[in-house]
Design a protein. Structure first.
Length: 314
């Protein structure tokens, strides 16, 4: 067999891959500095500097760790960012970080932390790093990824299940519009009402997520079927600058990437067609890159949009 052994190729790819966490840290610190200078509020410098450093640290640990320990690098980033969002911004600062809070703040014309978070992480962010929020920072997934169901039953459930997330989004938006216009409800910013929304919403999310994980034996079942956030992310994710790309000449179609993918994406189908992974279900977790025994996958920067969804179904 020509070429260097697969472990050597993976080792060679580790150091160039560190450009990704470094780039993330520079991006977030730059955004924090710009907002601080524009508004005079040092909070923005702390907020974006902390998030960028936490994600960068987790990515660095993920890249440098041995294969079996790599998930802990991503979990480190999830806990550092997710707990900051949920505990500090949510519980202590009483910001309603739930989707409904975002809708309420938009209607009120309030540039609150929730609005900044949704704009950066879930609307504009996917134009750069796909649904990286879901893979590296989500406080719901930081708990669900601790469950032992990484080796799922093969594939996703049929199409009707996938529409539940859109129904969830519509119900959340409808509830907010009904309360705002029909009942004249105006939640007080950073008041007890915001805290109650946050607690109730997270209780429902965790209950549903844990139940689905156990019943379907799939840690990411909530993300695939019920979470409303991909409704915002999927359109900008189509044009994401960063995506997974593969070398078709190295790929032998062994399926290791598919088995490693928590979202059931048929990565090798994109590689075979000499396309980047165009699926909007990609959470940019990079598990497929380090699972490939032939070192055929890597992160690439480029411009493309749209494309087929190659997913594995049960």
């Amino acid at each position: 067999m020509s070429g260097s052994p697969a472990p050597a190729r993976r080792q060679e790819k580790k150091w160039p891959a560190l450009r990704i966490p470094l780039g993330m840290m520079v991006l977030f610190w730059g955004l924090g500095i710009a907002l601080w200078r524009a508004t005079g509020r040092p909070f923005y410098l702390f907020n974006f500097g902390y998030i960028g450093s936490a994600v960068g640290l987790g990515m660095t640990a993920f890249i440098l760790a041995p294969r079996r320990q790599k998930p802990w690098g991503r979990r480190l980033a999830q806990f550092l960012v997710g707990s900051y969002m949920l505990v500090f911004l949510g519980l202590l600062q009483r910001e309603n970080m739930q989707l409904e809070g975002f809708f309420f703040y938009l209607l009120a014309g309030t540039f609150a932390g929730s609005v900044i978070h949704y704009l950066v992480a879930k609307i504009v962010g996917p134009l750069i790093f796909q649904r990286g929020w879901c893979g590296w920072s989500c406080w719901t997934a930081m708990i669900l990824d601790l469950f032992p169901f990484r080796r799922r039953l093969p594939g996703r459930l049929p199409a009707p299940w996938g529409f539940l997330r859109y129904l969830h989004f519509a119900l959340s938006l409808g509830l907010v519009l009904w309360l705002w216009f029909g009942r004249g409800y105006r939640p007080a910013e950073q008041g007890l009402e915001e805290l109650h929304w946050l607690l109730a919403g997270n209780a429902l999310y965790y209950t549903a997520g844990i139940a689905l994980a156990v019943i379907l034996r799939d840690n990411r079942a909530f993300c695939k079927y019920l979470c409303p956030i991909p409704t915002l992310q999927k359109l900008p994710a189509r044009a994401s600058m960063l995506k997974i790309a593969g070398d078709a000449d190295r790929c032998d179609g062994c399926g290791a990437c598919l088995r490693a993918c928590p979202m059931d994406i048929q990565v090798f189908e994109y590689v075979r067609r000499r396309q980047r992974v165009l699926s909007t279900e990609c959470i940019f977790c990079m598990e497929c890159i380090f699972a490939c025994p032939r070192g055929a996958l890597q992160v690439s920067a480029g411009l493309d949009a749209g494309g087929p969804e190659f997913l594995r179904y049960r």
